[in-house]
Design a protein around this ligand. Structure first.
Ligand code: HEC
Length: 120
């Protein structure tokens, strides 16, 4: 059993997998430490449930930075893509840290499309 579990973990962590990984896998790799997609589930970061068309800094009960709360950005495919590439370029002074910028456009696209599906 131990051996089986170890094999599973090695498989899940293998970089080769992220090549054709689904948006959910990429989300889990890059965002899930701090974000949930469940409604009302604020963790270290605010819930990303139904984030498309949401004004930045507007989830009730989450303690945003002044930068995020005061931002006029509305999250859509374009602003989300830009934000996860370089958060400070979109909302200067935001508190989403530590964060590693996602330079691969394909990975960003997968994550944004995964987030669009949480809207139902
Ligand atoms: C280290 C923890 C961490 C990671 C990793 C992280 N975030 Fe965040 N995120 C935060 C925090 C904290 C905030 C609130 C920032 C603020 O108030 O300035 C935030 C805010 C956001 C917001 C703004 C939400 C709103 O309600 O306006 C979006 C969108 C977002 N994150 C998307 C992502 C995505 C997509 C990923 C993965 C690619 C990601 N984050 C990875 C911690 C994180």
């Amino acid at each position: 059993m131990q051996k089986f579990l170890t094999a599973l973990i090695v498989l899940a962590a293998s970089p080769a997998m992220s090549q054709d990984a689904s948006g959910e896998v990429e989300f889990n790799n890059h965002c899930r430490t701090c974000h949930s997609v469940e409604e009302g589930d604020n963790r270290m970061g605010p819930t990303l449930h139904a984030v498309i068309d949401r004004k930045a800094g507007s989830v009730p009960g989450y303690g945003y930075s002044d930068a995020m709360a005061g931002s006029d950005v509305v999250w859509d495919a374009e602003t989300l893509d830009a934000f996860i590439e370089a958060p400070d370029a979109v909302v200067p002074g935001n508190a989403m840290k530590p964060y590693s910028e996602i330079t691969d456009p394909k990975v960003r696209e997968l994550i944004v499309s995964y987030l669009s599906e949480t809207e139902v």
